[in-house]
Design a protein around this ligand. Sequence first.
Ligand code: HEC
Length: 212
Amino acid sequence: MFPKARLSAGFVCLLAAACALSFISRSPQVVRADNDAAPAYAANGDLLPPKNYREWIYLTSGIDMSYSPKAMDMQDHSVFDNVFVNPSAYRSFVATGTWPDKTVMVLEVRGAKSKGSINHSGHFQDTEIMGFEVHVKDEASFPGKWAFFDFDSPDKNGTLIPNDAPCYTCHAAHAAVDTTFVQFYPTLLPIAKAKGTLAAAYLNEESTTGSK
Ligand code: HEC
């Protein structure tokens, strides 16, 4: 039974590969459409908005995260940040502990509200989006493999952030896996630990400051 099942699975794969090949030779767009989120650009290099990111894989919601030991200057206003990644990159991370080419990660910032409906304490997220940033791994397009884009709105094109911006330095110096903050993504950190893909700089930082 088992070897036979394996054989037929192999046969299906062969068929699928043959079909995919015949599609590629006829129409290259089909291959692209099959990818759930390959980054796409306007002629001026702007990143087109990642359309269905709300149907992607949810990684975390940080609240009032501050990366500086000094008090934040906007402490009267709580914010959530929600992080999403395209599903095929997520599956690849689960298998390997790191990100494949064409990974797209979204950071969406929303104000925190506390009074509304039946809620009296704690915080829930506002419908309005206050910030929208995207981190893209596209090895052929960027010398550092990754690039950040800033969006005025999730529906408009995003502009490339120059590679001397603090975004790149902080992510390179402190992020746990491949310039992404996997130490704050609870479903991914154990995978990176198990696969041994944590960045040397992060491990070094952890050993000197200790994890909280
Ligand atoms: C001082 C450090 C620091 C700087 C500077 C910084 N970030 Fe981040 N970034 C973080 C942390 C920490 C997270 C994790 C957020 C969470 O857990 O909710 C993060 C997460 C992200 C993510 C989610 C994907 C990922 O890479 O983990 C994006 C997108 C992002 N930042 C964009 C930016 C952009 C754009 C800039 C510059 C305008 C920037 N960041 C500057 C620390 C930083």
